[in-house]
Design a protein around this ligand. Structure first.
Ligand code: ZN
Length: 392
């Protein structure tokens, strides 16, 4: 069977915890069976489990039907409640069948909600009456979602999914829609939408030692090119550049930890190692609500102790154009372009004017060679998909 896989990464902030959601699209295509499955990976364990169960259950039919299509919708209400619906469409010999499964997940309580959590018992009769007026299908409370104005009930019909809305104002509605006022960081959609094709080359630009007075320019260059990078920041610099840090995150870039004051961690005692890492994590979180996942130790120096005890994953680099040594932007660009290959992690410093200028050569050149620019997290996702699917 010919199997093509694409995936799309969308970063979005789910409440203040900056969870990143990705969307995976799987396409199987041979002459007899066409399958398209699109589903979100929310990085919320309970939610991903039910999503995967639904996908796995429906995937069993891939070879039994002519066409299988699974899609989803995803909404966040009041920064707290996630509505997810999973829909499948199957076609066999011109006969169609439809199925829907919906979930409401409460991010604050970390649990699924049912109709009993949404409305009082007294309201069930009212809802029944409204639904019965609109459809002959039997009322089914398993598939329900809501927004600020309505509850929505879903039914599997022979010619498609039927949705019936019931105004929340007609019920004793139990949900707190004012939750968003309590949280500090706004949920923000459309931060970034980037399609990454794992079968095409990827490269990760990384910047160490900032933020600095050149970081803003670099953020602008990245934005103009619709690309993102990873910034390994130094803890004690961050407080002087809080706007820059927040802008970097808002633009969809990834932030990593580059120690608190650029000490080499390889000959420090454990307490000092952890202090260098944790103080940096704390100040980044205080300013932005963001929690880095990766550590780049200063000078790339590691030790057995560091590797064993670090709470973060260590990320080094594969291409070093030595922008601290070469004083000329063309030279830096040439070094990068000569050495970059698929999957490269490029070490740069956002503390240098010549590095900023080199980007104006590096980015268009790599783009013209078909490179996709990814953050470290995205690079790891690409590597994982390649490993799973045997691309490469
Ligand atoms: Zn450094």
């Amino acid at each position: 069977m010919k199997k093509l896989i694409f995936f799309i990464i969308i970063s979005l902030f789910i409440t203040g915890c900056q969870k990143k959601m990705s969307i995976e699209t799987i396409i199987y295509d041979d002459s007899n069976h066409l399958t398209t499955i699109t589903y979100p990976i929310t990085n919320i364990k309970k939610l991903d489990k039910v999503i995967n169960d639904y996908i796995d259950e429906n995937k069993k039919d891939i070879e039994k039907v002519d066409e299988l299509n699974i899609d989803y919708t995803f909404d966040i209400i009041s920064n707290r409640y996630i509505n997810i619906s999973l829909e499948s469409f199957k076609r066999l010999n011109d006969k169609n069948s439809f199925d829907i499964k919906t979930y409401i997940f409460d991010l604050k309580k970390n649990k699924f909600l049912t109709i009993d959590n949404l409305v009082s018992k007294n309201s069930i009769d009212t809802i029944d009456k409204i639904i019965n007026k609109k459809t002959k299908l039997k009322t089914n409370y398993d598939n329900v979602t809501f927004d600020e104005d309505n509850l929505y009930f879903y039914f599997n019909g022979i010619d498609g999914i039927k949705t019936v809305s019931v105004p929340t104002s007609d019920t004793e509605f139990l949900i707190d829609l004012n939750f968003q006022k309590e949280i500090q960081h706004e949920y923000n959609t459309n931060q970034k939408k980037q399609i990454i094709d794992p079968s095409k080359p990827v490269v990760a630009l990384t910047f160490d030692d900032g933020p600095s007075k050149y970081t803003d320019d670099i953020l602008d260059i990245l934005k103009e090119n619709y690309i993102n990078a990873t910034f390994f920041v130094i803890g004690n610099k961050v407080k002087y550049y809080s706007n820059t840090l927040n802008k970097s995150i808002a633009n969809g870039n990834e932030i990593g930890n580059h120690t608190y004051n650029h000490k080499s961690l390889s000959n420090l005692k454990l307490d000092d190692i952890l202090s260098q890492i944790n103080k940096t994590q704390d100040i980044i979180y205080e300013i932005s609500g963001y929690t880095p996942l990766y550590l780049r130790p200063s000078y790339g120096n590691t030790s057995h102790l560091l590797k064993e005890k670090t709470p973060l994953e260590i990320v080094l680099w594969t291409v070093d154009p030595e922008d601290w040594k070469y004083k000329n932007s063309k030279m830096i660009a040439k070094k990068v372009l000569d050495k970059t290959k698929d999957g490269s992690i490029i070490l740069l410093h956002d503390t240098k004017k010549r590095t900023r200028d080199a980007l104006k050569i590096i980015i268009p050149q790599l783009k013209s060679k078909g490179y996709q620019f990814v953050t470290i997290s995205e690079l790891k996702e690409v590597q994982e998909i390649r490993r799973r699917t045997g691309i490469d």
